[in-house]
Design a protein around this ligand. Structure first.
Ligand code: NAG
Ligand code: NAG
Ligand code: NAG
Ligand code: NAG
Ligand code: NAG
Ligand code: NAG
Ligand code: NAG
Ligand code: NAG
Ligand code: NAG
Length: 200
């Protein structure tokens, strides 16, 4: 079935041995973007290198909290969560590596895109959970900066992770919040790091 195939391709294993952080080349700056002051896209091709996303604790970069995974919620939606097992990491790529505003993050093979979806925060909505939708492109403005950090050009947000109950059980969900609100208790501020994987 459609979504079954989609998730199968999504979780196709990453050979952890081939995973490596590649330095990203600096090129240009974009004004008014997000949580870091250096925003530079990797100046590569459209349909950039594939990468997995590692969440490291914001205040202790030696701590890895897990790798981005798509936790099934409801058709065709998934929550972006963290799994400790690197071999379960979902593999994504950017759709535009020359223009951060136009870039989105998509997982899976080209046939069944699984877009990384962030809804704009409203002034009164402090935070939102990050989602992944089958058969959709991701939200525009998601890019990887020169530090290899996944960032969002549309709003200044900070990422955090919370252990919580989701539709089908407990998981570590990825959230984003305004910079000026506090992270909920029992949640941990994180940085999302792209680790490029060779496609073979
Ligand atoms: C920076 O980007 C521009 C336009 O995308 C490109 O022409 C140029 O070669 C890039 N510079 C480097 C150093 O990659
Ligand atoms: C960028 O931010 C500055 C200062 O906050 C603001 O004046 C300007 O209009 C913004 N530009 C865009 C394109 O959002
Ligand atoms: C931005 O880049 C400069 C030069 O590479 C570096 O010194 C600075 O620490 C960076 N700032 C951040 C917030 O990463
Ligand atoms: C990690 O996941 C892989 C593939 O699902 C599995 O073979 C392996 O046993 C798991 N490792 C651990 C430590 O759970
Ligand atoms: C945005 O990216 C798409 C590829 O995902 C490309 O086809 C399109 O030309 C880009 N648009 C702009 C305005 O850069
Ligand atoms: C970058 O993409 C945005 C959103 O699609 C578009 O409005 C803008 O014109 C693009 N910039 C360039 C330089 O192509
Ligand atoms: C936080 O900042 C956003 C964006 O500037 C604003 O809309 C919101 O009202 C602020 N929230 C608080 C609680 O200050
Ligand atoms: C949003 O954040 C502000 C500042 O941290 C807090 O006072 C307010 O109660 C929060 N609102 C909600 C709905 O959590
Ligand atoms: C780092 O963040 C965690 C989770 O928010 C917190 O428990 C811990 O006290 C923080 N450590 C430092 C040194 O700030």
């Amino acid at each position: 079935m459609h979504f079954a195939r989609a998730i199968t391709s999504l979780v196709l294993s990453v050979n952890a041995a081939t995973a490596a952080v590649l330095p990203r080349q600096a090129n240009g700056t974009i004004t008014n973007t997000t949580s870091t002051s250096n925003y530079t896209l990797p100046p590569l091709d459209l349909n950039s290198d594939n990468f997995i996303i590692r969440a490291q604790q914001f205040n202790d970069t030696s701590k890895t909290l897990g790798y981005m995974y798509a936790e099934y919620a409801y058709p065709p939606g998934y929550y972006a969560t963290l799994r400790p097992n690197k071999t379960e990491a979902i593999v994504g790529h950017l759709t535009d590596t020359t223009n951060a505003s136009n870039s989105s993050l998509v997982f899976g093979d080209g046939e069944y895109p699984q877009g990384f979806v962030l809804y704009n925060l409203l002034s009164y909505s402090n935070a939102s959970i990050a989602q992944i939708f089958s058969g959709q492109q991701g939200t525009k403005g998601v890019f990887v900066n020169e530090g290899g950090i996944v960032d969002w050009a549309s709003q200044r947000v900070a990422w955090y992770a919370c252990d919580q109950a989701l539709e089908w059980g407990r998981a570590t969900a990825i959230w984003y919040r305004w910079m000026n609100v506090t992270t909920p208790r029992n949640c941990v501020d994180i940085q999302l790091i792209a680790e490029f994987v060779s496609s073979n």
